[in-house]
Each structure stands twice: as C-alpha cells, then as structure tokens.
Design a protein around this ligand. Structure first.
Ligand code: ADP
Ligand code: MG
Length: 252
C-alpha cells in the first residue's frame, strides 16, 4: 500500500526534556493508524509536529514524499492534512455552520486571489462551501443544529462539529487527538462507525485515543509510545499480546 505520511527519527525537546525521541512510523493510504501510550508519552507532541503546529527538534516528516518540516502550518489544510485538538477549539458565539466553514478558510483565500476578486465567482464559491459544510454536518448528524450557536451545544456534539470542520477541507490525512474523550459509550460507538466510513471513503486517519475498545475495533495498525520512544508497532492483536506494551500500561 502507498505511504502517505512518513515520519523519520522524529524528536522534540522542551527545554532540557526530550518529549519525543527518534520516532519512526508511516501512515499508509486507506488506513487508520492508532498512536497510543500512557499520559505524557508524547502523542500530542507528535500530532503537533505532523500538523505543523510546532517544528521538530530533529528528524523528517514527509507527506506524499514532500518534506514538510519547513512548510508553514497554515498551508497544511491546503496540502491535505487537517486535525482536531485534544481540547476543543470552538467559536462559541458563531453558529455551528460557521464553525465548520472555518475549516475551509485556507482554500477560499487562495481561490479568491486566483479569480482576481471576481465577486460573482466568489459568491458562487461561498455558496459551494456552504453546501459542503452542510453536507458534512449531515454526515456527523448535526444538520438540525446548523444554525444554533456552538456555545449552546452539548460537549459530545461539539466533538462531532470539530470532525466536520476537519473533514470539510477534503483532507487526505485526518489527525485526531483523543476525539472520544468525555463521550459516553453510545457516542463513542457512533464515532467509531464514522471514522471507518471516513477511512473507507479515502481519507487516512492518524488516531490518538485512550479508549482501548475504540482502538482495538477500528485501528488497522497501532504504534505504541512510552516516554517519547516507540516501543511497539503492529496489528491490534499483536499489540494486545506484546509484553512491552503490557508492562508500559501496567507500570511494571
Ligand atoms: P501525551 O499527549 O502522550 O499525553 P504530550 O505530547 O502532551 O503527551 O507530552 C509529552 C511530554 O512533553 C510531557 O512530559 C509534557 O509535559 C511535555 N510537553 C508537552 N508539551 C510541552 C510544552 N509546550 N512545553 C513543555 N513541555 C511540554
Ligand atoms: Mg495528549
């Protein structure tokens, strides 16, 4: 299978502390790769580097063979990488629809330049964006709430709104940082089903998540970090039986 994202010898220091230490892995087209590990293992730091939020201290990140380490963060969505955050990043006084349309910002601005501020086509573009945002709100089950203020939505629905926002740009790779945190069992199961649909429709997923049921059900492969270092990689079954992984989780 074709490699979409390749991470080589990736490291990140904060002050004197090495949070991520020479990590290697690949995300292939059409897969859900889960990145797991105890608290403080470096999972969010890896996602932050892979999404251009912070630069690596050392190492290489290639997306579709293109070196990404010097690409500014705002170009990532246009290139096909979008993400959600461990802590919700929502605009409470904007509508749900507007929150989702924020995800298309990068793309619009460049096309506005491309058409030389032609207002007619800018309007058409705006309309098209709105339709796309509506379509994604429908897919995550938030169509009835599209005109409500985001601040009035319960937590579980805001998590879904963030996924719609990340998907509306049509990414090739979706990065998710603990998307099921704070969700109940039904909501988590519903979200798992949605991630499988997203994968099956051609967007690969790099998933950081603590919910082991979700991981073991939907991940095609798993990479395990412990204290910044990769300690295992394999299928869900291989990982469940791996003594180093069991030790890292049980603290023995
Ligand atoms: P995880 O997401 O696996 O729980 P993180 O990537 O958030 O772990 O953190 C890994 C380590 O890096 C932790 O020791 C954390 O305290 C440290 N760390 C993360 N971000 C920063 C930061 N901005 N400044 C200093 N230390 C950080
Ligand atoms: Mg984290």
């Amino acid at each position: 299978m074709t490699t979409l994202l390749e991470v080589q010898e990736l490291s990140r220091d904060f002050g004197g502390v090495r949070a991520v230490n020479q990590v290697n892995f690949q995300v292939r087209e059409g897969e859900i790769l889960a990145l797991i590990g105890p608290n403080g293992a470096g999972k969010s730091t890896v996602l932050n580097m892979v999404s251009g939020v912070i630069p690596p201290s050392e190492g290489e990140i290639r997306f579709q063979s293109k070196p990404m380490t010097r690409v500014p963060g705002y170009e990532y969505a246009g290139l096909g990488i979008t993400r959600t955050f461990q802590n919700l990043q929502t605009f409470d006084d904007m509508t749900v629809l507007e929150n989702v349309m924020v995800g298309m910002h990068t793309k619009t601005r460049s096309s506005l330049f491309a058409c030389g501020m032609n207002l007619g086509s800018a309007k058409r573009e705006e309309k098209m964006m709105e339709q796309k945002a509506h379509a994604w709100l429908g897919r995550v089950g938030l169509a009835p709430e599209s005109q409500q203020l985001a601040g009035s939505l319960p937590y579980g629905k805001l998590r879904l709104m963030e996924i719609a926002r990340a998907m509306v740009a049509g990414p090739k790779l979706l990065l998710l940082d603990e998307p099921a945190a704070g969700l109940n069992h039904t909501e988590t199961a519903e979200m798992s089903r949605m991630f499988c649909e997203i994968r099956d429709s051609g967007t690969a997923i790099l998933l950081v998540e603590h919910d082991m049921d979700m991981i073991m059900t939907i991940a095609d492969r798993i990479v395990v970090l412990d204290q910044g270092t990769k300690i295992a990689e394999g299928t869900p079954r291989e990982i469940q039986e791996n003594p180093r992984v069991i030790a890292a989780y049980l603290g023995t």
